[in-house]
Design a protein around this ligand. Sequence first.
Ligand SMILES: [Fe+2]
Length: 161
Amino acid sequence: MKPRVFADANEPILTAYEEEVSGEAYFAALAEQHDGRASEALMLIAEMEVVTARLFRPVIDAAGLHPRSAEELVREGRDDAEALRGTSWTEFLASMRDGYDAYVTEFKGIRAAVKPDFRPHADLLIAHEVAIIDFARAELAGDGNSLSYLHRYLEEARSFA
Ligand SMILES: [Fe+2]
């Protein structure tokens, strides 16, 4: 997966926000397809998406952007999860480990484009993606503490003012 090319400076900001909203539904639906530790991790990631969307929202509002309806975004997330039915946990982890760097690159682009006031918000976006990649790498390596990357991000986000 390669970072996408956007039409203007606002498009990646809007896309990032919308993908956190659809992402919650996506990871929650995937959590239902799996069980045990996989399901637990996917629910934590869904929670990360909720928190990240909420904390990033002021950036959207300040730019005067109008995200698509939550209903539409949730449907999109569920459909994307449904398309992955049958994918093994290991395959899914590998796709996150190897594919999500593209999002980190996109979010760094956002960080470079926003006003200084919103850099902490962009940093949070970057941190949530890095946490997921670190988790996937650790989980694939059989690290029993892999979930700590997800918990740590959630703690960091909770202390975000
Ligand atoms: Fe996300």
